[in-house]
Design a protein around this ligand. Structure first.
Ligand SMILES: [Zn+2]
Length: 216
C-alpha cells in the first residue's frame, strides 16, 4: 500500500508540473499564419469567429488610400529558380483555403528536382510587395512570422529562422525580410507564404500562385 501511495503522489507531482509547463507554453503562443500539419485522423475545427484568425494579429484596418503596382504582391518570395512547391494551396494543412490558404515553398539545393533541407535552410526571403512589417516571434503555429501589410494587401511569411527587418518598418517590393527556417509547427525548413486582399471590409485569402509565387 505504501508503494502505491508513493506512486500516486509522484504521478500527481508529474501531472501538476506538466500542467504548469503547458500553461506557460500557451501564454507564449500567438496565433499567426500557419495551421501546421494535421495529426492522423484529426479534423480541422471551424474558426470560432467569422474573421480568419490569421488576419487578426496586430494589424490596423486599411485606411483605403489609393493603390499602385508596388503594393500588389508579385513574384516568388524566394526569388530562386530552384523553388519547389512542397504543399499546394487549399489542400492538406492549407484547407480550408479561406482560413489557412497558403503555399509551402522550399528549394532544390542539389538539382534532383526535389526540395531538400540542405539547400533550403537560412536562404533569403523577400517581400513580394511594399508594406509595413509586423513581426511575431516564436508564435504558434507560424513560428517566427512576418506580415507585410498595406492598404489593400498583406502577405504572410512563416517558420522563419531569423529576421532581416524590424517590427513596424516599411519595406519595398523585393526587399530582404528574413531567412527560411522551421520554427513553429513545422517538420522541416520551408516558407509558408500567404496572400490576403482587403475586400468588402475584410481580409480575404487568395491563392499565392495567382500572384506569381512560383515565378522566377
Ligand atoms: Zn504551409
Amino acid at each position: 500500500m505504501r508503494i502505491q501511495s508513493l506512486i500516486i503522489v509522484i504521478a500527481i507531482v508529474i501531472l501538476a508540473g506538466a500542467g504548469i509547463l503547458s500553461l506557460s507554453r500557451t501564454e507564449q503562443r500567438v496565433l499567426s499564419g500557419w495551421r501546421g500539419p494535421l495529426a492522423a485522423g484529426e479534423a480541422l475545427a471551424a474558426p470560432e469567429s467569422s474573421a480568419p484568425v490569421n488576419a487578426l494579429v496586430g494589424v490596423a484596418e486599411p485606411q483605403g488610400r489609393g493603390l499602385d503596382a508596388a503594393l500588389v504582391p508579385a513574384g516568388n518570395p524566394l526569388r530562386a529558380p530552384n523553388t519547389v512547391l512542397t504543399q499546394g494551396y487549399g489542400v492538406g494543412t492549407h484547407a480550408p483555403a479561406s482560413v489557412w490558404g497558403a503555399v509551402d515553398l522550399a528549394l532544390d539545393g542539389n538539382g534532383d528536382g526535389r526540395a531538400d533541407p540542405e539547400g533550403t535552410w537560412n536562404q533569403p526571403v523577400y517581400a513580394t510587395h511594399a508594406g509595413r512589417v509586423t513581426i511575431t516571434r516564436d508564435s504558434w503555429p507560424g513560428g517566427n512570422h512576418i506580415w507585410v501589410t498595406n492598404d489593400q494587401y498583406r502577405t504572410g511569411y512563416a517558420h522563419l529562422a531569423g529576421f532581416a527587418v524590424s517590427d513596424g518598418q516599411w519595406v519595398n517590393a523585393g526587399e530582404l525580410i528574413g531567412y527560411i527556417g522551421s520554427t513553429g509547427m513545422s517538420s522541416g525548413p520551408h516558407l509558408d507564404y500567404q496572400v490576403w486582399v482587403w475586400r468588402d471590409g475584410k481580409w480575404v485569402n487568395e491563392n499565392p500562385l495567382n500572384y506569381g509565387a512560383l515565378d522566377n
